[in-house]
Structures are given as C-alpha cells and as structure tokens.
Design a protein around this ligand. Structure first.
Ligand SMILES: [Zn+2]
Length: 478
C-alpha cells in the first residue's frame, strides 16, 4: 500500500469583538437572555436599511494586514441566499467575488520544518442566529435565539497547503495568537467566537493528484480538529486502499465515537444564488486608511519571539512558549521590567505558572496572581528569606488565594533559616544521628553529603538555606 499524505484547507470563522453588531446598533455581547439584543435591521424586517459598522472594516483590514494579505481598494457585500430557521431573512450578508483581503500567508514551523501556508481570502460577513433544540424524549421542538444574528464575522480561508493534522492544529494555534495580539476577537471556541471547518483529501505522498475532498464540520476545539482530521484521513486511506473512491460530501465530527459521519452532499456556490446586496453601498478603501492601520498594528507573535531572544537572551524554545499568547507575553514582560533576571522569570512563568494554569484550567487573565506577586517572591528568594522549595509552595498559595508572598511566609513561619548558629546545632544533631553516613563521606562517597543536607532540610521543614547547610556540614566533617 502506498504512503498517503493529506491535503487540508481550513475555513475559520471569527466573531469580531466590536461593541455593536455589523449593520445595526444592537450590542454585540455573548450570553444575554434569548432574543433581547435584536432590532428590525438584524432581523431583516421589510423597510430597514443596514449600515456597515466602521469598526468591522477596521478590524477586517487589521486582520488582513497581520496575515500578509493584499487589501482591496474596492469591495462590496453580497447576499448569500439560503433557507434555514436560524436565519429570519433567508439570506446572509457576506462577500462573494470581491472579498476585502486576498493572497496572504502565514509561516508555520512544525517539527522543525518551516512551511508557508497561503491565505486565499479574508472576507466580512454576519453571523446567523442559533437554534436551541428541546431536550428529553418528548422534546419535538426547537427554539430560535436571534441574538447572534448580525454579529460581525470574518471568514478566513486557507489554500489547501496543510499536509497533516499536526500542521492544521499548529496553524490554528498560530492564527488564534495573531487574532488575540491584534485584539480583534476573544477567540473563545467554547462561546463560538472561533469556529473551524476543514476540507481534506488524501493522495499518495509526493504526488500532486487532487482527489475528491470532504468537508468536516462540528469541531469545537483544536484537539477535535486534530482528531477529526486524523480519523478522516484514516477513513479515506482505507477507501482508496480497498480500490474504492471517496465521495465528495459534508461530514460531521462525532466526538464521542471518534469518527466522522456523512451529513449531506456538498453545496456548490451556485446553490446560494449570490447577488450584490442592493441595500449596502460598495466599499471604497483609501490607501491612507490602510497605511494608518498598518502603522497601528501591534508587534505580532513572531516579531515578539525574535525580540525576546535578542532583548532577554532567552533560548528560542522559551521565547516561543512565552509569546504563544499575548496575555502570557505581557505577564512575562511585566515581571521582567521589575525583576531583571529574564531566565529566572522565564523558568517560573513556563514552569509553575503554566503548570498551575493547566491544573486549574484557567487563562492567564483569570488568575489572582499578578506580576507583582511573582516579583516580590523572587526578591524574597534572592535575598535568602525563603528557600527554593518553600518558594514553590508560596507560589502555589499566591496563585490560589491572591495573597502576597510576605503575608504567606509570615503567617506560616516559612522564613528561611540562614542563622549559622541555629543551623550549626541542627547539623550537629544530624551528624550525630548518622555516623555511618559521615564515615562514607570521609571515604569519598559524594552522595553521602546530599543525604545529610536532605536530613537537615527535613529537620527544618525545608526552611534551611541549602547552600549554608552544605558549607557548614563540610566544615564540620573535615
Ligand atoms: Zn440589530
């Protein structure tokens, strides 16, 4: 059987975090009572006129520039006609033949291989409403919540340049980081602000055949995208391997079963009967406008990674992890500006901080631990008030309670013992209790020293200064 490779293209929908919706003044917020953020415009009632929210255009241009796209000087909105119960006006305002942004790219590095993934287009559109299906056996109804109707979306479409599920996941992670850096979306997948469909076909590795592709929907996390693409790739390889043909269709990801299932055959663009929206004027984009937005673009993840390496002397790995999200990079820089030991700060942020975020399933911005908490603790550690071991416990308590390091160590009596006389007494006790080990050390067994230091640490409940203990033991044994 030949080796197969995947040909994957992604369609990503991003909800923009503007204050109001795309074409009316209704608030763009998540989680309101159903059907409270609606008006005749976003419901498409007769006799109303939509007007484009300027912020949508600005966010869209910002995104296009961050993804290295050409920004059109002339663009327009089209109606995408289809009937679905969550779409009261039976068409969606979208863009068809004249999208705002085209021909961009995003560079990826996966397993040490650098690849450029083409961005076909980025266009503006509005979101549809949401169906809430009745639950339970007798629930033979669905309810419609139109709060989301008219929420501004960007659709980002890639070229079929991705070659594996790993690359697809890496692309999405990088795209999400960029969108957060440029502050156009909160990218919360669980609230639907970032959604992704994927096209996938397979072919013998190294060939340029384009086989029929399937489109996979219903993936609600990056992990789901990765798993769904893996499962679908396997399914298609088995079909070709058995001498059959893959059928072009839309499939849904079933998370519980770990498989994709057929939904329907794929629609063609002609099914939507696109035509220019007669209610919205075409968009003429001035070069000044684009230049201004380009100048206002913040530093993007890749540039920030390079700067972290140069400015802080960090290893490339550290710089990559720290700049993978803007809040994390901001947290790190806030710490470093107050505590000028970049590698030590990096170790704590990448180690304990990320570990605890994962344990408690929190985002950087959701914790009670601020940069000043960490800086204060690092200073106590540096001046020897607490030991490294105690510092870890203090860090965890700061993380959970938001208390300051000083407050915690005073309340718990965790101040490091550096007093030589006091430590000397403990060392004497330990040496007296382990004469055999002392002999071992005198006979050249280096490991014996570590054991003795460990005993002193234990006797002082981790509060002894290990360097001092080390020195005192050596002095006393020699
Ligand atoms: Zn409205």
């Amino acid at each position: 059987m030949p080796e197969y490779e995947a040909v994957i293209g992604l369609e990503v929908h991003v909800e923009l975090r503007t204050r109001s919706k795309a074409f009316c003044n209704c608030p763009n917020v998540f989680g309101s009572e159903p059907n409270t953020n609606v008006c005749p415009i976003c419901l498409g009632l007769p006799g109303v006129l939509p007007v484009l929210n300027q912020a949508v255009l600005e966010y869209a241009v910002r995104t296009g520039l961050a993804l290295n796209c050409e920004i059109a000087s002339f663009s327009k909105f089209d109606r995408k006609n289809y009937f679905y119960p969550d779409l009261p006006k039976n068409y969606q305002i979208s863009q068809y033949d004249l999208p705002l942004c085209r021909n961009g790219y995003l560079d990826l590095e996966v397993n040490g291989v650098r690849r450029r993934i083409g961005i076909t287009r980025v266009h503006m559109e509005e979101d549809a409403g949401k169906l809430i299906h009745g639950e339970g056996e007798k629930a033979d109804y669905s309810l419609v919540d139109t709060n989301r109707s008219g929420v501004p979306l960007l659709e980002i479409v890639t070229e079929p340049d991705l070659r594996s599920p790993e690359e697809a996941r890496a692309f999405l992670e990088k795209l999400k980081a960029i969108l957060q850096y440029i502050d156009v979306s909160d990218c919360k997948m669980e609230e639907g602000s970032l959604r992704c469909d994927a096209n996938i076909s397979v072919r013998p590795s190294g060939t340029d055949i384009l086989n029929p592709k399937t489109e996979i929907k219903n993936m609600n996390s990056f992990r789901a995208v990765y798993r769904a693409l893996g499962a679908e790739m396997e399914r298609q390889c088995a079909i070709w391997g058995a001498g059959d043909r893959v059928v072009r269709e839309t499939r849904a990801w079933n998370e519980a079963e770990g498989t994709t299932v057929a939904m329907r055959t794929k629609e063609e663009a002609s099914d939507y009967r696109y035509f220019p929206d007669p209610d919205l004027v075409p968009i003429v984009i001035g070069r000044d406008f684009v230049v201004r937005i380009r100048e206002e673009l913040p530093e993007l993840p890749e540039a920030r990674r390079q700067r972290f390496i140069k400015e802080y002397g960090l290893p490339s790995y550290d710089a990559g992890v720290l700049t993978s999200s803007r809040p994390l990079a901001d947290f790190y820089e806030a710490c470093v500006s107050a505590y000028r030991d970049p590698k030590t700060v990096s170790n704590w942020v990448m180690g304990e901080f990320l570990r605890l975020l994962k344990v408690f399933d929190l985002e950087v911005t959701e914790t009670r631990l601020t940069p000043s908490h960490l800086v204060e603790m690092l200073e106590l550690l540096k001046e020897g008030t607490i030991s490294g071991k105690i510092a870890k416990a203090v860090f965890e308590e700061m993380f959970q309670t938001g208390k300051r390091a000083r407050e915690i160590i005073e309340a718990k009596g965790l101040i490091q013992i550096s007093d030589e006389e006091e430590l000397g007494r403990v060392v004497d006790e330990v040496l007296a209790a382990h004469p055999g080990v002392v002999t071992d050390y005198r006979n050249g067994k280096e490991k014996a020293l570590a054991f003795l230091v460990g005993q002193v640490m234990k006797a002082t409940r981790g509060k002894a200064n290990p360097q001092t203990v080390n020195r005192i033991i050596k002095e006393k044994i020699q």
